[in-house]
Design a protein around this ligand. Structure first.
Ligand SMILES: NC(=O)c1ccc[n+]([C@@H]2O[C@H](COP(=O)([O-])OP(=O)(O)OC[C@H]3O[C@@H](n4cnc5c(N)ncnc54)[C@H](OP(=O)(O)O)[C@@H]3O)[C@@H](O)[C@H]2O)c1
Length: 269
């Protein structure tokens, strides 16, 4: 798919990976609709994109609320006429052992990471079918194998795989492209936070490790996936190496997780 003139909604794009995806798609000529909950952050992102010469609009909406997702898609259609691309990027991470985890943390992650991909997709499907467009899910290496200390996050990222697989099979005949990207730990925005087991928010310190990929690496993979209508993609060599390792020697990966929790901080957000 050529991106020139296409309309793309990127959920959770007021900062971080989503913002960089919006910038990348915009630089390829797409009209982008950025989204997030906090209006002030969204306005700054919109100003940044416009300053880069990108045709952009911003819609504050919470992807865990169905009515907000209807509003988001309607907004894109009103602004730019249609929707060709939906990138389900909004997501939050978690920390803490299962037995210490407040059930509300599970609820929040299910609502944002799973249902927050379901609702916008349901709203956009008529346009995506009409335009033979693309729907992309931003998953994680945590979607390959359950890690200790991150049960809510891993289970929600795994759920995105089955959702993408079902949709891939259901929508292929209609000409809709479905893609899922498995993202390695990525240089994060300083404002990024993850949910602790007790329900409090913990700032994620900016990590400094050779294991990290950049947000541009992720955006490049997403762009390629849309252009070549690929189904599954893993970001970077490190991500691909991890995928193979946990397939070939799962016992070694589990052993390492159990004995060195810091490895997980390095592996994924
Ligand atoms: N960073 C990593 O190392 C990494 C690794 C693997 C996968 N990923 C995945 O990549 C995606 C983006 O991660 P990131 O690191 O860029 O996150 P981030 O810096 O925390 O940014 C998250 C974005 O989503 C928005 N958001 C959060 N909850 C939302 C909601 N309910 N409705 C609408 N927008 C919402 C935030 O804005 P507001 O708070 O204002 O709403 C923000 O714009 C996530 O799906 C994550 O799981 C990240």
């Amino acid at each position: 798919m050529k991106l020139e003139g296409k309309v793309a909604i990127i959920t959770g794009s007021s900062r971080g990976i989503g913002k960089t995806i919006a910038w990348r798609l915009g630089k390829e000529g797409a009209k982008v609709v950025v989204n997030g909950r906090k209006e002030s952050r969204l306005s700054n992102t919109l100003a940044f994109l416009k300053n880069e010469g990108i045709e952009a609009a911003a819609c504050a909406a919470d992807v865990s609320i169905p009515e907000d997702c209807r509003k988001l898609v309607e907004y894109a259609v009103n602004e730019f006429g249609s929707v060709d691309i939906l990138v389900n990027n909004a997501g939050v991470g978690s920390r803490g052992y299962f037995e210490n985890t407040n059930p509300d943390v599970f609820r929040q992650l299910v609502n944002i990471n799973i249902l927050g991909s379901v609702y916008p997709t349901l709203e956009a499907i008529p346009d995506l079918k009409k335009n033979k467009g693309s729907v992309i899910f931003i998953s994680s290496l945590a979607g390959f194998r359950g890690m200790p200390d991150k049960a809510p996050y891993c289970m929600t990222k795994m759920a995105q795989t089955s959702l993408a697989e079902s949709l891939h099979n259901e929508l292929m005949q209609a000409g809709v492209h479905v893609g899922i990207v498995y993202v390695n730990a990525t240089v994060n925005d300083p404002e990024k936070r993850v949910l602790n087991a007790d329900g409090s928010w913990k700032p994620l310190l900016q990590r400094n490790s050779i294991w990290l990929d950049t947000q541009e690496d992720v955006a490049r993979v997403v762009l390629n996936m849309i252009k070549k209508r690929q189904f599954k993609s893993i970001v970077g060599l490190k991500g691909k190496f991890y995928y193979l390792l946990q397939k070939l020697v799962p016992w070694f990966v589990d052993f390492t997780f159990r004995h060195n929790l810091e490895v997980i901080e390095e592996l994924d957000e």
